[in-house]
Design a protein around this ligand. Structure first.
Ligand code: NAD
Ligand code: IPM
Ligand code: MN
Length: 353
């Protein structure tokens, strides 16, 4: 039975790395029993320029029947970010209640950490980011625009239901890993209402998982420890904005944003989850054909896992790590000279064996 995948290449290098991901899936689909059907949607800033909106009114309903969504990147100079992101990426995450944003941080064999003397055994953790609420709420507003008293108020919404479901996912994820360690980001020393409430939800959930060890970190020192002690971490859970920042910082210690994958997951199979690199559309290199496709291809690996195709996922990840380990064909951000396509060609040759 074919997996139905909605492709949204989006903007900038999203349109360069998405085809690399699709080539990997097509190569895997030559195996018996594995098949994909792709539907591509042009939703993007270019689409906005033509239609005045990032996707059509029925965009969400059009995406709904798919088994998964693979997205490149959204946002491009000329369209304000609050228009492009609030018109496409964020509504998809919300509409399908993809409340988990799972972002692995792992130093692949052959890549060099920005941290001195750190190897793959030191950097291997998961950032579990709450993906639907928190600081990204649309509650708030602006007052007195244009006046000296002008102000903006932005609510940080932490609900019991939203916290319970992300914490349940994070604890289960930690429980399934050998180290069974969960660190959580907070800021209850400075933020008076939302963060103490979040801490209470963590404490309540911890009672249900007595085999998982839990450590609290204020997000400021947590960020510092990602740099000084990456080996301390196994699973790290945070609210939406803290998770966003930590999931750029972690990969920065493990090869950079070009190798950072992510999965926006709703565990309910009735709605699609969405897989996308952590990075954006990189207008500074778009069109040059030099974007690193690893973040996208690793996101494809996460998609295969979510679709239950574990052996295809393992093969693709294994082949990719063989290529990084060999270190001969790498893109510019990793110190090499290969193009997006040259890296993908090398990977597909490795996958064939
Ligand atoms: P960015 O991730 O696009 O780029 C940051 C830097 O990293 C740039 O120098 C870029 O060249 C480099 N880079 C990123 N991905 C790379 C790759 N695969 N290979 C090599 N180098 C890579 O972040 P930004 O500049 O803050 O944002 C650009 C646009 O993308 C903005 O509109 C922003 O809102 C949007 N954005 C979208 C997403 C998304 O769709 N998920 C995520 C982040 C940013
Ligand atoms: C990410 C991005 C998005 C986010 C932006 C582009 C809205 O930074 O996926 O990490 O903040 O979630
Ligand atoms: Mn981000």
């Amino acid at each position: 039975m074919a997996h139905h995948i909605a492709l949204i290449p989006g903007d900038g290098i999203g349109k360069e790395v998405t085809p690399a991901g699709v080539r990997c899936l097509e190569a895997l689909a030559r195996r018996p029993g594995l098949d994909f059907e792709f539907s591509e949607f042009p939703y993007s800033c270019e689409y906005y320029a033509r239609h005045g909106q990032m996707m059509p009114d029925d965009g969400i309903e059009t995406l709904r029947p798919h088994d998964a969504i693979l997205l490149g990147a959204v946002g491009y100079p000329g369209v304000p970010d609050h228009v492009s992101l609030w018109g496409l990426l964020l509504p998809i995450r919300r509409a399908f209640q993809q409340y988990v944003n799972l972002r692995p941080v792992r130093l692949l064999r052959g890549l060099t950490s920005a941290l001195r003397d750190r190897g793959p055994e030191d950097i291997n953790y998961l950032v579990v980011r709450e993906n639907n609420e928190g600081e990204y709420s649309d509650i708030g507003g602006r007052l007195y625009d244009g006046l000296p008293e002008a102000m903006a108020i932005q609510a940080n919404v932490i609900t019991r239901k939203g916290s319970e479901r992300i914490l349940d996912y994070a604890f289960r994820t930690a429980q399934a890993r050998p180290r069974k360690q969960l660190a959580y980001a907070t800021k209850s020393n400075g933020i008076k209402h939302s963060m103490p409430f979040w801490d209470e939800q963590v404490a309540a959930m911890a009672e249900r998982f007595d085999d998982v060890s839990v450590e609290q970190y204020h997000v400021d020192i947590l960020a510092a420890n990602f740099v000084t002690h990456p080996d301390w971490f196994d699973v790290v859970v945070g609210t939406n904005l803290f998770g966003d920042i930590l999931s750029d910082l972690g990969p920065a210690t493990a090869g950079g944003i070009g190798v950072a994958p992510s999965a926006n997951i709703n565990p309910d199979p009735a709605v699609p989850s969405m897989f996308e690199p952590v990075h954006g559309s990189a207008p500074d290199i778009a069109g040059e054909g030099v974007a690193n496709p690893i973040a996208m291809i690793w996101s494809v690996v996460m998609m295969l896992e979510d679709l239950g195709e574990q052996s295809a996922a393992d093969d693709l990840m294994g082949a990719m790590e063989n290529v990084t380990h060999e270190g001969r064909v790498l893109t510019r951000d990793l110190g090499g000279t290969a193009s997006t396509n040259a890296f993908t060609d090398r990977l597909l040759a490795e996958l064939k064996g």
